[in-house]
Design a protein around this ligand. Sequence first.
Ligand code: HEC
Length: 136
Amino acid sequence: MKNKISLLLMVLMVVTLTYCGSKKTETQTEDYGAPVETTTPVHAVDVIAQGDALVKASDCKTCHHATNKLIGPSHTDVAKKYEFTAANVTYLAKKIIEGGTGVWGEIPMTPHADISQVDAEKMARYVLSLDGETEH
Ligand code: HEC
């Protein structure tokens, strides 16, 4: 009986270690990928296309249109308001995840806690690209 329990514990440990190990590899791949995104134009276009797809797949279109004001500002107006810089990508990604109010009026933007930081940044890059500006 005691042997069975220790065997079970061993199996659990191996499973946990394997799981953590594979998770670490995923993060590392992303870390290595990040600098390429900002320096390789082809990859940057990829990120913007991915952001476009993510925005279309989410609920953004309930309140935002690319060029017309709906409940929220048009995404092109957002692009015109902000320079396409890393700082503004971070700011807008945070706003997409946390929501907020007071920049464009009193209507609040709903939070999107289910959207990951990486995806929110892709969405922000797509929005910021809409006035034809490239990241600088
Ligand atoms: C319920 C309506 C609603 C939904 C859904 C919504 N937004 Fe918004 N969004 C708003 C409103 C309203 C504002 C203006 C907020 C303000 O004045 O601070 C806004 C502002 C923004 C801004 C500009 C933020 C700023 O501080 O200037 C961005 C970028 C944005 N939304 C992106 C998105 C994206 C991407 C999605 C989908 C994941 C989304 N929104 C979903 C209503 C919405």
